[in-house]
Design a protein around this ligand. Sequence first.
Ligand SMILES: Cc1cc2nc3c(=O)[nH]c(=O)nc-3n(C[C@H](O)[C@H](O)[C@H](O)COP(=O)(O)OP(=O)(O)OC[C@H]3O[C@@H](n4cnc5c(N)ncnc54)[C@H](O)[C@@H]3O)c2cc1C
Length: 453
Amino acid sequence: MATEEFDIIVIGLGPGGERVADECATAGLRVLGIESRLVGGECPYYGCVPTKMMVRAASSLAESRRVPRLAGTSTDHADWAPVAARIRDEATDNWDDTVAVKRLTDAGGHFVRGHGRIAGPGLVAVGEQEFRATRAIVVGTGTAPVVPPIDGLAGTPFWTNREAVEAMAAPASLIVLGGGAIGLEMAQVFSRFGTRVTILEAGTRLLAVEEPEAGELLAVVLGREGLDVRTGVKATSVSYDGSFTVTLDGGDTVTAEKLLVAVGRKTDLDGLGVATVGIDATARFLATDGNLRVQDGLYAVGDITGKGLFTHVAVYQGGIAVADILGHEHAPADYAALPRVTFTDPEIGATGITAQQAADRGMTVRTGSAQTASSARGWIHKEGNDGFIKLVVDASSGVLVGATSAGPWGGEVLGALSVAVHARLELEQLRRMIYAYPTFHRGIEDAIKAVGA
Ligand SMILES: Cc1cc2nc3c(=O)[nH]c(=O)nc-3n(C[C@H](O)[C@H](O)[C@H](O)COP(=O)(O)OP(=O)(O)OC[C@H]3O[C@@H](n4cnc5c(N)ncnc54)[C@H](O)[C@@H]3O)c2cc1C
C-alpha cells in the first residue's frame, strides 16, 4: 500500500484544527485534513453556537417577563419550535458540514473522513490508509462529554450537550448532572421554556473554577427563578423506565423526563496513538510549548492542550501554530489574560486568575468587589440587575492579575478587564481612567475603590 505524502496533516477539524488546515492550504502547503465527525467540531454543531441561540431565545422570554415591573403588562407563550428550527437551519445545516469541507478543499486542502491515528513519527493512519507528513502533524481532536461511572447510567437514553442541542421540544422536567458552565446554561434555558429543572452538583458550589461569589450568585438567581439547585450531593445510581430516577448519596431520589450529563470533558490520547511517538497515552492533555509544539514535527491546538476549553483558545493557538509552521514571526502563546464567559443570566465573565489561584501560586493579593445593583446603571436597570465586579491585584506589583464581571452583559464588560490583565496594567492606571456614566463597566471604578490603597 502506497503512503501518500503531505506537508501538514491535521487530525481533528474543530475550530483549532480547521484554522490550521485552511490557512496552511491557503499558504500553498500540501495539507490533509482528517475529521471523524463534522468539520467545524463541537462549537458550531453542539457547543457555542447552538447553545447561544438557545440562550438568546431564553433571554428574550426572561426580558418579556420583566415587563410587568418596568413597562406595563406582557404575556408570553414559550415555544421551542423556533429554537429547534434555528439550530437546524441557521447553525448546523441540519448537522451537515458540506460547506466547511468545501472551504478546505477550495483552499487547496485534501480531506479524508475517518478516525485519524498517529502511527509513528510523521505517520498517520485512517483505517487501512496511511499518510506521511513531511513537515508536521497537527492534532486538534478536542474533547467529548465525560460519562461518569454511576451505577445504572450507561445504557439509559441520557442527554449530553449533543442530544440537548438536538432537542425538538423542551422536556417537562430535566435533571442536570453537573453545575459547570454547560450544565448551568442549559438548565436556565430549559427552565425559562417551562421545564422543571433540578441541578445536582457534587462540589460545594456551582461554577467551581471561578470566584466563589459567582457560583453563590448563580445559586441564588437560579433558585429565585424556580430551579431546584442542590450542591454537595452525589448521584449514586440512575434508573430509567420512561423517566429517569437519580438516587443521591443520602438516599433521596430525583425523577425527571430527561437527564442531562454535564460533568466535564475528556480527551482520548490512547485512541490517537500518541504512544507510537513516545507520549504517555494515559495523560489527560498534550503538553505544548509556546509555539504549540508537542515535540519535533508534532503540534497540538485546542481543547486537547488543556489550556482552556474554549473556541477562542483553539483559534488563538491555531494562529500561532500556523505562524510557527510557516516560519512567520510571532509571539509565543500567553494565557495570562485567558477570558471565559458563562452565558447564564447574569453572565459570568472572568479573565486571568482567581484569588484562590493566585494564593495557590504563592502570590499575595488584594481584592475588591462592587455589587452591580448598587451602581447607578444597575439601580436604573432594576429587574435582572444581579451581578458584581471583583478585581484581584498582585499586592507586590500592584498589577491586575484577574477579574470577574458578573451581571447583565458581564461577558462584554469583561472586555475592558481582559485588556487590563493582558497589558499587565497597574491598578493605579485603572484608577486614573474616566468611566462613562451610567454604564455597567463603570462598576470597575467602584471595585477599584473597594480594593483600597
Ligand atoms: C455545550 C457547549 C457549549 C460551549 N460554549 C462555548 C462558548 O460559548 N464559547 C467558547 O469559547 N467555547 C464554548 N465551548 C467549547 C468549545 O466548543 C470548544 O472549546 C472548542 O470546540 C474546541 O475546539 P477544538 O479545536 O479543540 O476541537 P473540537 O471542537 O473539540 O473538535 C475536535 C474535532 O476532532 C474530531 N476528532 C476527534 N478525534 C479524532 C480523530 N482521532 N480523527 C479524526 N477526527 C477526530 C472530532 O470529531 C471533532 O469534530 C462549548 C462547548 C460545549 C460542549
